[in-house]
Design a protein around this ligand. Sequence first.
Ligand SMILES: C[S@@+](CC[C@H](N)C(=O)[O-])C[C@H]1O[C@@H](n2cnc3c(N)ncnc32)[C@H](O)[C@@H]1O
Ligand code: SF4
Length: 470
Amino acid sequence: MTSCDCLGNAERRRRDFRELCEAGFISLEDSFFPTVHYPPITMYPPAGEDEIFEGYVNPADNLFVLYVHIPFCAKYCAFCHYPNKIGDLPEEKDRYLGALEKEMDIYMNRLGLRKIQARSILVGGGTPTFLSPGQLERFLAAFTSRVDFSRCTQFNYDVDPLTLIDKDGPRRLQLLRSYGVDRLTIGVQSFDDGILKKMNRHHTAEDAALAVARSQEAGFQVCIEFIYGYPGLTVEKWVKTMEKVVSLGVDEVHNYRLKIIPYGDNVGTIRSLFDREKDIFPSTEETLVMKQAAIDILNLNGYKENLTRVFTRSKNNYSHYASDQCCGLFDQIGFGLTAFSSLRDRFALNTQDLDEYYSLIGRGKLPLNRGLVRSRDDNIRWNIILPLKNRLVYKKYFFSRTGVHAEEVFKNKIERLKKHGLLFEDERIISLTERGRFFADEACHQFFHPSYIPFPKKSYSEAELNPYND
Ligand SMILES: C[S@@+](CC[C@H](N)C(=O)[O-])C[C@H]1O[C@@H](n2cnc3c(N)ncnc32)[C@H](O)[C@@H]1O
Ligand code: SF4
């Protein structure tokens, strides 16, 4: 362990925040809008299947990143914006699994494939393990029979702690392993029982630690996820959570800043709580201090920020799904409610409404209802935004995908960000500096087309880094 000037680092971040607000880089609306996709999925126009697939050809290597969404949960977490179905609902789950199988067949038909060759896989939700063992096996059998795993590098499943330690937990772990799942991402959110209660989570800190241990014993790589900036969370409580994290020997840690603005159609209860009782939320500066404290504790204990906000212990045990999707920008297919497909120059979003989902599939159609074929401008921006946000931009790769040089197209932006110590550039790469990475979401807003910048022009200081400046 090396030492850390943690108090100094926290103070530096507060200063950075104030300076960058003044420089027009951060919106004074004091809201957080993460850079997840480009353009943001919430801003896609309505679109139909034929429009999205017109002129599309499968990738030369025929490999697809795969995502499957299973939208069932035991309880509704107070921070969650996903349109999940809550409760046991065994018949609804059967109906959904049947629709999902049909959706995969419609998709394969559309692409002219007998099986889909997977590059990497994530099954998420919702809680995709909140199925009976019989239903879990039905899904795994149906899914794996449609997928060619010969070149698949990782099969990751998002799980919730209780589904691994309840009476069916051992069977679920065994089933996942026997169908080739090699990595589990467990939503822990906090190791403070008071905060878990406020979040309306249905597990305790002890349950979560037990779920981690059981997953490790069963031979999975383990990744755990947390939220900071939550009402009631203090820097002290958060530091305790991070100290617990580093004692568990997990492979990866994902830290999410609380999203109050939904990134989808459904609005979670956290939004109305914020509108009613803003004062119970940590301030932005406190939230940034939490973020820095986590970076310090994780770094000191051998976890490096491998992708932005993703801390990995060993270089080999990182999330292939995230890396393939966000850095490689490889073709990806999403199955299920709310899932998205990103197919080089086009992007499709499945419906967020379960009745519409069943109805479209019942008519033999893909359940997408929004999307776009990216314009040349959108495509160039997408090719810098996602790799920059998550890892770094290789100039040659950027050129091979866009036919233009990033350093020429974005010359002014790049120079300004470099001047403020936010960006690094050499002959090979463009990347965020340590200061830039701390504000990676806002750094990427700089490259958004004005029509997609999340906050209005007047909400940023009229200064050099106002993202509306060319
Ligand atoms: C799509 S969720 C599914 C995880 C799983 N159902 C669970 O809760 O255990 C993946 C992760 O996103 C994060 N997340 C969900 N809603 C969030 C929000 N409003 N703000 C920040 N992070 C959030 C949580 O850490 C969560 O574990
Ligand atoms: S956070 Fe996870 S468990 Fe909670 S409601 Fe959302 S998807 Fe379900």
